[in-house]
Design a protein around this ligand. Structure first.
Ligand SMILES: *Cc1c(COP(=O)(O)O)cnc(C)c1O
Length: 405
């Protein structure tokens, strides 16, 4: 009997296609950089070269705030251990309850912390595939968005062992609706805000949920903290007062939030025990450490205070400044990711290298991350960028990126 392979992934093909660009980036010293953190948002290399990171995901600059450091140190002083080192199913520190309760209040959902967002996805998608997180317990057909983050795509083969798995064109609502008409249960898996810019059509997806009972799985790691009154993120902000039992929203705490770990916002709160017990690493992997939890509480205090809105406003101002100089497909988006298209792959590396020599880091992106012929620079703007630095950065882009028609 022939065993079907490569239905969902093909390392040989992906590595053969993608690795030359990585090798080239390494040769040009654009990856694999070791730095110390210097003053005024500068990163410093061993030889003293200083640069500003315009590809950082700490969108509100919370990673550098003294309140967070204090929170981490204070929690360590109080608890005196990093963890009690046993599965959370059995024993957990009350500090974890404090963190999850505070998150639940601010983000209006049952919140379960996980080692990372990726670990939460690894644990939960197979339970959705088998129907255990669905109200009627029956397996849905899973529809993954073509541009779903790596952390979700990676789990397709496991889901494919439980149910049928399909991949739909990016944000193709007609495709999703057709699937809803064809199959009794459908679960759509996508980013809230996509890593390469743009957001899921959350309102339209909610209509499909109303009409057909569409199950929704969002990974909204990119918009946590920078969007919503309490930083609940783009998807959560649009998902209504109460999260539907047909919705799961997962986020990472290592981006805008300024910490580390992940969080599951679960609509079906009565299924929390099942999700933890059977959610793979939610049960058997490490929990957030004491310092991480103390830091999270400090960040949550900011999320519940007027400072959050001020930082979000500062971010929007900085984005406006960037957009006023460098037009991109994402211009005007309230999310921070901008793709400056260069076109040719070699040229994209070259431009990124030259911009770096002027003291600004931006990641070059290539096929298969972006379409062929659309290689370019992935820029992220932050609330804590000095506007004068943004202006100098834009000067460099304007001078070095060839104009496109
Ligand atoms: C950054 C990112 C992740 C990784 O988050 P971890 O908490 O480190 O696993 C996962 N999904 C998306 C969409 C991301 O942008």
């Amino acid at each position: 009997m022939e065993i079907p392979m490569h239905r969902f992934r093909n390392n040989s093909r992906a590595i053969a296609l993608g690795n030359p660009a990585w090798d080239k980036a390494k040769e040009s010293h654009l990856i694999d950089l070791a730095v110390r953190v210097g003053e005024n948002d500068r990163l410093v290399m061993e030889d003293g070269f200083e640069f500003i990171n315009f590809s950082s995901c700490s969108y509100l600059g919370l990673h550098g705030r003294p309140e967070l450091l204090e929170g981490a140190v204070e929690a360590m002083r109080r608890e005196k251990v990093w963890d009690v080192s046993i599965s959370r199913i059995r024993i957990r520190m009350t500090l974890l309850d404090e963190v999850e309760e505070e998150m639940a209040k601010l983000w209006r959902a049952r919140c379960i912390c996980s080692p990372t967002a990726s670990a939460a996805t690894l644990g939960l998608l197979p339970l959705i595939a088998s129907g255990h997180l669905l109200p009627d317990g029956k397996p849905p057909v899973m529809v993954f968005d073509k541009y779903a983050h790596f952390s979700m795509n990676l789990i397709k083969p496991i889901c494919g062992d439980e149910t049928e798995v399909l991949t739909c064109p990016h944000k193709d609502l007609d495709y999703i609706e057709d699937a809803c008409k064809k199959y009794p249960r459908v679960a759509y898996v996508a980013d809230g805000v996509f890593s390469l810019g743009g957001a899921a059509p959350v309102r339209e997806l909610l209509e499909l949920q109303d009409r057909y009972g569409l199950f929704l799985y969002f990974d909204d790691s990119h918009s946590l903290s920078l969007y919503g009154k309490h930083g609940e993120g783009y998807a959560r902000a649009l998902l209504g007062d109460e999260l539907s039992p047909l919705t799961v929203n997962v986020v990472s705490l290592c981006k805008g939030f300024g910490g580390s770990g992940g969080v599951v916002m679960l609509g079906a709160s009565h299924l929390a025990d099942l999700a933890i017990r059977w959610g793979g690493p939610l049960a058997w992997s490490q929990k957030l450490g004491t310092a991480t939890m103390g830091l999270a509480l400090a960040s949550l205090r900011i999320h519940g205070s007027p400072l959050l809105g001020e930082l979000q406003g500062q971010l929007l101002k900085n984005l406006e400044l960037f957009d006023s100089r460098i037009p991109t497909e994402q211009s005007g988006d309230p999310f921070t990711i901008r793709l400056v298209v260069v076109g040719d792959e070699e040229k994209a590396s070259e431009v990124s290298g030259e911009i770096f020599r002027r003291g600004f880091y931006t990641s070059p992106v290539f096929f298969p991350i972006v379409e062929r012929g659309k290689a370019g620079l992935r820029v992220m703007i932050r609330a804590d960028n000095d506007p004068a630095d943004i202006v100098r950065f834009c000067d460099a882009i304007e001078e070095l990126v060839p104009p496109r028609d």
